[in-house]
Design a protein around this ligand. Structure first.
Ligand code: SF4
Length: 324
């Protein structure tokens, strides 16, 4: 694609983008808990992987901690959307903390699969990124049965007890295409490998990758709004490049956009990760408009309607408050 008259500069905005049902629920959980119980409300780890969301909630009285031992005895602690291992629940119970579990139901689904296959004594090949909170939480459900496979290059070194009793599961926010490659390599090594009962890469991750592919090949540059510790946002940058975008960058907000990126560019593709509030995308559109990118087209590839109810322990207290 070549540079055109600046008046023809345009933006293709991917849809769906931004908040998924799990993030929406997790953020609402902290907001409602602050209203219901008053600050401070402790949150173990970042409730979702987005710097702006965390800062906004901090201003309202949320206190983010790394571990439950930083929470005063008897206080309220919310577990993040990425999930926690049983050991974290046990530690919270020992310290008499009141817990509200905002783990995304689609992460819980993977935990339940791990428990089920571990109970049948399968070796579970968990495809995911080492050190990611979600992976730590899932692995903690069955530490003796789970072997981590960190992408296609991790396949060769994985060891199993019986190659005929192996199943693969995955982190919810991986690249769909790369995970297919990882599974294909695993199946070469373990022909009797069992698939998960349903997709572990969640609907939101899949839809956002489908949507960015749709705009990538038509763009000179793709901007993904998202934080650097957000797995699904980082995958969108990779997917955009693989789908033909000559350049793709991850930005926390509009202030990270460098003018040099826009030189010679006539079409910018724009999307955002599953933990990103729409106002940050609007900020990027406003900045692009100052550079002549005023022709904005939304490109919808999949319709999304998923919603999750708030955690039951919070709903119970909210119900009691309204009937009191
Ligand atoms: S990205 Fe998927 S798994 Fe993660 S919170 Fe959103 S819906 Fe849940």
């Amino acid at each position: 694609m070549t540079a055109q008259n600046p008046t023809t500069r345009r933006v293709l905005v991917a849809r769906p983008r931004g908040y998924c049902a799990g993030v929406d629920r997790a953020v609402a959980t902290v907001e409602k808990a602050l209203e219901q119980y008053g600050p401070p409300i402790y949150v173990r780890k970042q409730i979702v992987h987005n710097t702006h969301v965390v800062r906004t909630l901090e201003k309202r009285g949320a206190v983010f901690v790394d571990e439950t031992d930083e929470v005063p005895e008897g206080a309220i602690v919310i577990f993040s959307a990425h999930g926690v291992s049983p050991a974290v629940h046990e530690e919270a119970a020992r310290r008499s903390l009141k817990t509200i579990d905002a783990t995304c139901p689609l992460v819980t689904k993977v935990h339940n699969e791990a428990k089920r296959f571990a109970a049948k004594d399968y070796d579970i090949l968990l495809i995911g990124h080492e050190g990611h909170e979600e992976v730590e939480g899932t692995a903690g459900e069955a530490p003796d049965h789970i072997r981590l496979v960190d992408g296609p290059d991790g396949v060769e070194k994985v060891q199993v007890r019986d190659p005929n009793r192996v199943v693969w599961l995955s982190q919810t926010t991986l690249s769909v295409d790369e995970t297919k490659q990882t599974v294909a390599r695993l199946r070469e090594r373990f022909p009797n490998l069992i698939d998960p009962p349903s997709d572990d890469i969640c609907y939101a991750t899949q839809n956002r990758q489908t949507a960015v592919k749709e705009i990538a090949a038509r763009s000179d540059l793709v901007i993904v709004v998202g934080s650097n510790n957000s797995s699904n946002s980082k995958r969108l940058v990779e997917v955009a490049k693989d789908a033909g975008a000559p350049a793709a960058y991850l930005v926390d907000d509009a202030s990270y956009i460098e003018d040099a990126w826009l030189e010679g560019v006539s079409t910018v593709g724009l999307t955002s990760g599953a933990s990103v509030p729409e106002e940050l995308v609007e900020g990027v559109l406003a900045k692009l408009a100052t550079h002549g990118f005023t022709d904005v087209e939304e490109v919808e590839s999949v319709a999304e309607h998923m919603r999750f109810a708030l955690p039951h322990e919070l709903r119970k207290d909210l119900r009691a408050a309204t009937t009191a």
